[in-house]
Design a protein around this ligand. Sequence first.
Ligand SMILES: Cc1ncc(COP(=O)(O)O)c(C=O)c1O
Length: 412
Amino acid sequence: MSRFVVPYAGVSNELGADEVAAVTRALGQQTLSMGPLGRQFEDGFAEMLGARHAQATSSCTTALFLAAQTLRLEAGDEVITTPQTFWVTTWPLQARGCTIRFADIDPDSLNIDPASVAALITPRTKSIWVVHHGGRAVDMDPIMALAREHGLTVVEDCAHAPGATYKGRKVGTIGDIGCFSFHSLKNMTTGEGGAFVTNDDDIAGKARELGTIHTWGPLVDRQSDRIGPYGQPAYYRDPHVRSAFTKSYRDNRYLIGNNYRMSEVAAALGLAQLGKLDRLNKRRQEIARHLDDGLAGTPGITVQRERSEAPSIYHLYTIFYDEAVVGRSKDDFIKLLEQVEGIEIVLRYFPIHLLPEFRALGHEFGECPVAEQTYFERQVQLPIYTQLTDAQIGHLIGGVQRTVEALSGSRT
Ligand SMILES: Cc1ncc(COP(=O)(O)O)c(C=O)c1O
C-alpha cells in the first residue's frame, strides 16, 4: 500500500481479462519470439496511426537508437532538441557523438519553441528532435517548414503521445520517424516496449535490418572471403553467422543490427491495450477536464491552455504555480501537498542541459531561460491515470486549494 492518498502512479492501463486472455494465448504458441503477434501488433499500431510502417521494439529508448542510426547521425552533426524531456531522448545522439543544441520551450505547452529552433540552425544542423510533452502535440507546422527549408530530418519522441493528434493527424507520422513507449506508466503498455514508426520505405527497411541481429546482405563471394589458410570455419554453416565475413557485411558495417525486438508476450499485451487506447485516452481527458474545472479560480494556480488543433491525451497533468500570488515558494507548495495532503509529486522534467554530462560540455544555467524558470518556479505535475477514483480526483482539487490557502495565510 502506498503511504499517499493519491500516489503519483501505478500500473495505469487497466489490465484485465482481455490482457490475461491475450497473454495466455501467446504462451500456447510455438514461439515467443519473432512470431505472428509481433507483426499483428505492428500492423494494428500502424493502422491506428495511419502510418505506412511500424516496427515493435523493446522500448522507446531502442526506437530512438534506431532513429539516430537509420538517419546516420554522426559525430559533428548538430541536432536541435528540447531540454524539457526525459534525458534518454538525447542519449542515442550523445552515444553517436552528435552535438546537441537545446532550444527553449513554450511556457504553456512545455513543448519546444519553433522560434528558438530557428535561431539555432547552422550549416552543421542535421535533424530536429521534438518531444510531445505530456501528450500535447508540438506545433509541428513551423517545425516541418524549418526542416524543409534547411533540408533537416525530424524525429518525434512520442513516448507520451500514442493516439494524440496535431491538426487531425496522429503524432509520430508528421516528421520522418516517430518513437513510442509502452513502459508500464504510459497511456498504453506492453510492460516494457516501444515502436518505431515511419512513412518512408527506405528508413523502414533500414530499421528492420538494424533492429534485429541478422545476416546482412546476400551471401556473396564466399570463396574469396575465406580467412587466410582456413577453409570453412565450423560456424560458417551456422545460419545466424554465416555471412559474417562476406564482403557485403564488411562494406556495410554501419548497418550491423542489434536486438531491439519485442517478445510475442509483450505484443499480445499490446494488441489488447491497443483495442482500449482510445477509451484510455478519453478517460484521461475526462479526468483533466474535472481537474481544470475544479482548480479554476484558485489564486496562484493556472492550468494548461487547451489548443483545439492539438488536444492533449494527458500522459501528464501540469499546473502552474505563481509564487508572487501565493507568497511562498513552489518547493513549500510541493512539500505541503506531499506531507499534509498525501499527494505524491514527481516533476517532469528537469531541464536536461543542466545535467552534469551537459554542463561538462559547457551548457549552463541561462541557456534556456523559459525552461529553467518554468521548471524551478512554476510547473507541478499532479498524478493522473485512468484508475483515479472520483474521491481521489476530488482530493487533488481540494488538496491544491487547501495548500494554497494555508500558504497564503502564512506568508513569510
Ligand atoms: C519523453 C520520453 N522519451 C523516451 C522515454 C523512454 O521510454 P522507454 O522507457 O520506453 O525506453 C521516456 C520514458 O519515460 C520519455 O518520457
